[in-house]
Design a protein around this ligand. Structure first.
Ligand code: KDG
Length: 343
C-alpha cells in the first residue's frame, strides 16, 4: 500500500515537473523544487533526550533534502498532549509527534501489550521485540488510523517518585494518589499494588504534584531530573516496573503529499535518529539517576522487594489478556525468551 502511494507520488511529481521545464537554446531550466514544512510537537521539554533527538532528525532531514524540508520543534506540550497531537496528525493539522505508547492504546489497542509490567528485562530485550515483526506490525496498524509510524524511540524504564515517604514495597503505596499515563493497564497495575491511581496528561503533572492533587508519579530518571520533579517530590524508588517506548510518527495526510525521495529521506533519518535517541536516553537515564541522589532520597530495591512488586502487579496479565490478545502477549514473551537465549 505504502509502495503504491510512493509510486503514485513519483508519477505525479514527474507529471508536474516535465511540462514546467522551459527549453531555451536547447537547455532545460530546472523547475523550482516544491518545499515542505514539518512542525513536530513534543510533550517533554527542550532539555530532554527526546527534544535533542528530534533536533538530530531535523539536521539530517534539512541537510539531505537540500532545504526542501524545514522542521520546527515545539516542546513542553505547547501543541497539546500526546493524544491531542495524535488527533491533529489524523486530520493533518500537525505533521509529527513522538508519544509514549501508553496514550496510543485508544488508537491501536495492540499497543496495550507494552503496558504490561516487568515485561522486558533490559533495554536490549525491549529493542529486540520492538524492532521485530511484532513491533513493525503494530507500527503498520497506525496507517489505518491516519498515521505513519516511523520508528520506536526510547522513553525508558519507569520509576516511582512521591512526596510522602520512602517506598520499598507495595504496602508503602497503600492509598497513595499516583498519576499514571492514560492506560487502563497502568491504572490496573497500581490498583493491584494498593495505590489510588489517576490518569492524567503529562502537561498537567507538575502542577498536580505541586498543588498536592497527587502524591506521586512514575517516569524514567531523565524525565524526573530534567522536568525538575525533585522540586515537588522527595522520594524515588528504583522500581523499573515498565519499559516505556516512544513512537516517532507522521501524519498520513501530510505523508501522502510528499514525493518519494523526501519520504525516503524522512524514513531513513527517523531510524538513524532512533539509534541516536536510544544511546542518548539510556546514557542520560543512568547519569541522571546518580545526580538525583544529591537532591532526593533514591531507594534501591533488594531482589526480594522487587519480587514483591512483580507479584503484586501480576494480576493485570490475566485481567487484560482478552483485551490485549493472548497470542500477542505470548508472541512478545517468546521473543523476549529468544533474546535471552542468545545472551
Ligand atoms: O511526549 C511524550 C510525553 O508527553 C509523555 O509521553 C511522557 O512518559 C511520559 C508521561 O509520563 O506522560
Amino acid at each position: 500500500m505504502r509502495h503504491f502511494a510512493k509510486a503514485l507520488a513519483v508519477v505525479a511529481i514527474a507529471a508536474l515537473l516535465i511540462p514546467s521545464m522551459a527549453f531555451a537554446g536547447g537547455q532545460a531550466e530546472p523547475a523550482e523544487a516544491e518545499t515542505f514544512h514539518i512542525d513536530v510537537g513534543l510533550g517533554l521539554n527542550d532539555q530532554s533526550a527526546q527534544y535533542a533527538s528530534v533536533e538530530y532528525f531535523k539536521e539530517l532531514v534539512e541537510e539531505r533534502s537540500d532545504g526542501r524540508i524545514t522542521v520546527a520543534i515545539y516542546h513542553s506540550s505547547a501543541l497539546g498532549d500526546d493524544r491531542e497531537m495524535m488527533e491533529d496528525l489524523q486530520v493533518g493539522a500537525l505533521e509529527m509527534t513522538c508519544p509514549s505508547t501508553a496514550p496510543m492504546v485508544g488508537f491501536v489497542s495492540g499497543y496495550q501489550v507494552y503496558d504490561l509490567p516487568f515485561l522486558f528485562p533490559s533495554y536490549d530485550a525491549a529493542y529486540y521485540v520492538l524492532d521485530s515483526e511484532i513491533g513493525q506490525d503494530l507500527l503498520d496498524q497506525l496507517e489505518d488510523v491516519g498515521i505513519i509510524g516511523l520508528a520506536y524511540w526510547c522513553n525508558g524504564f519507569r520509576h516511582l517518585t512521591n512526596s510522602r515517604r520512602e517506598v520499598r514495597v507495595p504496602a508503602d503505596v497503600q492509598g497513595m494518589r499516583l498519576r499514571t499515563m492514560e492506560s487502563p493497564i497502568h491504572l490496573g497495575a497500581w490498583e493491584a499494588a494498593g495505590a489510588n491511581p489517576t490518569p492524567m496528561a503529562f502537561g498537567e503533572l507538575f502542577s498536580a504534584m505541586q498543588q498536592g492533587v497527587v502524591d506521586g508519579q512514575e517516569n524514567p530518571w531523565g524525565t524526573i531530573y530534567l522536568q525538575s520533579f525533585p522540586e515537588v517530590q522527595d522520594y524515588a524508588t528504583d522500581t523499573g516496573h515498565i519499559y516505556s517506548p516512544f513512537v516517532f510518527m507522521i501524519s498520513k495526510i501530510f505523508w501522502d503529499t510528499l514525493p518519494a525521495d523526501l519520504q525516503e529521506i524522512i524514513e531513513v533519518a527517523a531510524v538513524e535518529a532512533r539509534d541516536h535517541n536510544r544511546e542518548l536516553n539510556q546514557r542520560w537515564n543512568n547519569e541522571f539517576r546518580e545526580q538525583l541522589k544529591d537532591v532526593m532520597t533514591v531507594t534501591e530495591l533488594t531482589m526480594d522487594e522487587r519480587r514483591q512488586w512483580q507479584e503484586a502487579v501480576q494480576p493485570v496479565y490475566d485481567r487484560f489478556a482478552d483485551q490485549i490478545g493472548e497470542d500477542l502477549i505470548q508472541a512478545v514473551q517468546d521473543t523476549v525468551a529468544e533474546w535471552e537465549a542468545m545472551q
